[in-house]
Design a protein around this ligand. Structure first.
Ligand SMILES: [Zn+2]
Length: 413
């Protein structure tokens, strides 16, 4: 199957892009559609790379609007964990389908997920046509290391059955919910099988104080001591990482994914130190976190919040510029997250923006995308050379919304 997009704008130039076997075969002003290509006239729309959501819990769309405005631990213990204990495959499938539809609509074509019934999320991602790196959340706070290992092995086996758009990961929930013994085991398994590890780290100040009290070290140093901090590690949050921890994270090559909206909604009281992290050489990405704590999955809208809160916290409008913020959201500042550059040989994943979007008509496109746009400016989304959305319409959206709402009602949400 071949696809050609003509009459698109890239860096102010009219270009065409041809896709073959899921990859970009050619891109440029001189490229023309070939006989047999499915051809789309972009009508002068801007061609941009898609966004990467570096941290979420997709099926938590089911929990949207029922967070109760609580702090992190009471929210988890009273609102989330009791309902999660009752989740079925169907709940997770429809919750994740809704998340995929929302992400696609907002220009996100790849996400990093940590959630129960990971095979149901993988099925949803496969049916939606997008990409994800998925891990079962691993806990042994009130369980046993043996059960944690069983759960990790079972999910890895299940996830291996899906195609190339699904990548498996290990996902220990956090240093305060997984034992030292299990963290060491996860670090070894990750090294042995070259598996990414996603973990929440340094989200609240309480987590830092407890880590120091219990382990005599700040979270990043503790994680390093137990063998989990490597170039395969994706740290969600990193709000309280201090300069020594940032230097260590950079040295190990681990990625930090900032989740500014979830942090502000749960009022963690701090801001991920982006400027210090980038100066230290830490790869950085952007995530929404789950819809339970955001409640939106519109990464483009979160991108504005990310940039603004950086400027505000530093009392310096030059603390981050639009180009840097955009690079973070597309995964270009964190090679492990799976950015897709617009160049021959790269996966054929890209977006066309609405040519008539009022927010994009005047001024610098990147600045407009960061400060003025929301996901509503995305017109067309292509993943692996397949057109998944055209004219801002996601196929089957009505059914997906209705089925997800039905599952949420079943859970009493
Ligand atoms: Zn999270």
């Amino acid at each position: 199957m071949t696809l050609a997009i003509e009459n698109a704008l890239l860096g102010g130039e009219r270009v065409a892009v041809r896709c073959e076997d899921g990859k970009i075969a050619a891109i440029g002003a001189e490229v023309v559609p070939q006989p047999g290509d499915e051809t789309i006239d972009a009508g002068g729309a801007h061609l941009v790379p898609p966004l990467v959501n570096g941290h979420t819990h997709a099926a938590m769309t089911l929990f949207r609007g029922s967070g109760g405005d609580l702090p992190l631990m009471p929210w988890l213990e009273e609102k989330i964990w009791p309902v999660e204990a009752k989740l079925s495959d169907e709940d997770v499938y429809w919750g994740a389908r809704l998340a995929c539809a929302e992400m696609l609509r907002g220009g996100t074509t790849r996400f990093w997920d940590m959630y129960w019934h990971p095979e149901a999320t993988a099925r949803a991602v496969t049916d939606a046509g997008i990409r994800a790196t998925i891990g079962a959340p691993l806990f042994d706070l009130n369980g046993s290391p043996e059960k944690l290992r069983e759960s990790a092995h079972r999910s890895l086996e299940q996830l291996a059955q899906f195609g190339p758009r699904i990548a498996p990961a290990l996902a220990p929930h956090a240093i305060y919910t997984v034992s030292e013994e299990s963290l060491r085991w996860i670090g070894e398994l990750s090294a042995e099988r070259d598996l990414p590890v996603q973990i929440h780290l340094s989200e609240t100040e309480k987590e830092v104080q407890e880590c120091i009290a219990e382990h005599g070290a700040r979270p990043a140093f503790y994680l390093d001591r137990v063998g989990v901090l490597s170039e395969r590690t994706i740290l969600a949050h990193g709000v309280w990482l201090d300069p020594d921890e940032l230097a260590l994270v950079a040295e190990r090559g681990a990625t930090v994914v900032a989740n500014p909206v979830a942090n502000m909604k749960l009022a963690v009281g701090g801001v991920f130190p982006h400027h210090a992290a980038r100066t230290a050489g830490v790869p950085v990405g952007l995530g929404t976190d789950g819809a339970g704590s955001n409640d939106s999955l519109d990464l483009l809208s979160d991108l504005k919040t990310f940039a603004l809160v950086q400027k505000h916290a530093a009392a310096d409008p030059t603390a981050i510029d639009a180009g840097e913020a955009w690079a973070v959201a597309t995964g270009a500042r964190a090679p492990r997250l799976g950015a897709t550059p617009l160049e021959p040989g790269a996966p054929a994943d890209f977006l066309l923006l609405r040519p008539d979007a009022p927010e994009l008509g005047i001024g610098d496109l990147t600045a407009d995308l960061v400060y003025a746009a929301s996901g509503a400016v995305v017109d067309t989304a292509v993943v692996a050379g397949r057109v998944l959305m055209r004219g801002g319409e996601v196929p089957e959206l009505d059914e997906v919304v209705a089925r997800a709402a039905e599952q949420a009602r079943r859970l009493g949400l």
